[in-house]
Design a protein. Structure first.
Length: 308
């Protein structure tokens, strides 16, 4: 079954969840555009999540999703709100939703976890999820080892549920490539950072537009918590220190609160904006609707012009 049919959306384009950024304006913008907007629940009290869902629904009557972060302490209360507010699509990050599966299925909620390996994809299929988002290491944010090019076909070959490709997709070429690898949909984060509806400070959007193919950096590889962000002096220093004899506390001191510093305060010197490698492809800030429609048109043209 196509992703559009499964999720009752017009185009097979999901806007990946982005902590502190995936709030009602951007989520509604993408859903209104015919894609799927996904609300972030990270750090939200249950009633704050309810309010965000309601604010989003005030802007669109099209389907929206919520992301559940399995590391959240109040996730039980968040799941309760998701059910009470009649959300029908849940993406899940940083762990298995197995403890909630029965409850979610009783309420007809489609469950779509994010994975970085074939093994996790197989585990998720076993517990009865409806689709899988396989995210390659080109992506912004927390990353695994495999690239999208290698991960997607391996996951597709091993699971029967639909696979949605994430990581390194920002235009119609990327969408067609993902489909050629066997995906039935795509999830994009970085492209939507440069959308009109995205609420990050303007300085961050400008920095994103200036990015090239080498503008991202991965921190945290040593401790196994790799995160891809837009390169700056602070993060370059972090990587130097990471592989030195320095204490973990010195590293933490550098980056503590740095994501919030970037996306809320607009500080690009000592803040860290999670960003994917595809940033170098993004040259314009556009409304979500234009982004989605251009990608679909380009995908159509690319598909027609393939000479293999
Ligand atoms: C700024 C930013 C914040 C993100 N925050 C989260 C998050 O909180 N949880 C999560 O599962 N993924 C997060 N991601 C990953 C996205 O949901 C998405 O899968 C990813 O951006 C896709 O790759 P791309 O950046 O190449 O488009 C984030 C990505 C970015 C760029």
């Amino acid at each position: 079954m196509s992703i559009s049919k499964l999720l009752n959306i017009q185009y097979p384009i999901l806007k990946g969840v982005m902590a502190l950024i995936s709030t009602h304006k951007l989520v509604a913008g993408v859903s209104e555009a015919g894609g799927l907007g996904i609300l972030s629940s990270i750090n939200l009290e249950a009633e704050e999540l309810r309010e965000e869902i309601r604010l989003t629904r005030a802007l669109t009557s099209k389907p929206i999703a919520v992301n559940l972060m399995m590391l959240s302490k109040n996730r039980d209360q968040q799941v309760k709100v998701i059910i009470e507010e009649n959300i029908k699509i849940l993406t899940v990050s940083a762990g298995s939703p197995v403890v909630y599966m029965e409850w979610l299925k009783e309420n007809n909620i489609k469950v779509i976890p994010v994975v970085h390996t074939v093994q996790k994809a197989l585990e998720m299929e076993k517990i009865g999820v409806d689709a899988i988002i396989a995210e390659g290491s080109e992506s912004g944010g927390y990353i695994g080892e495999s690239s999208t090019m290698t991960l997607i076909p391996q996951v597709v070959s091993q699971v029967k549920v639909p696979v949605i490709a994430a990581g390194g997709i920002a235009d119609g070429r990327g969408l067609v490539a993902a489909f050629a690898l066997g995906a039935l949909g795509v999830q994009m984060g970085t492209r939507f950072l440069a959308s009109e509806e995205c609420t990050i400070p303007p300085g961050l959007k400008s920095a994103l537009l200036k990015a090239t193919d080498t503008s991202t950096i991965v921190t945290g590889r040593k401790k196994g918590d790799a995160i891809r962000s837009l390169k700056n002096e602070m993060l370059e220093k972090y990587v130097d220190l990471e592989f030195s004899e320095t204490q973990e506390a010195n590293l933490e001191e550098l980056t503590i609160g740095s994501y919030r510093r970037a996306v809320v305060e607009g500080n690009i010197e000592t803040g860290s904006l999670m960003t994917g490698q595809v940033a170098g492809l993004i040259t314009e800030i556009k409304p979500a609707k234009e982004i989605v429609e251009e990608i679909m048109k380009e995908a159509h043209d690319v598909r027609e012009s393939l000479k293999i």
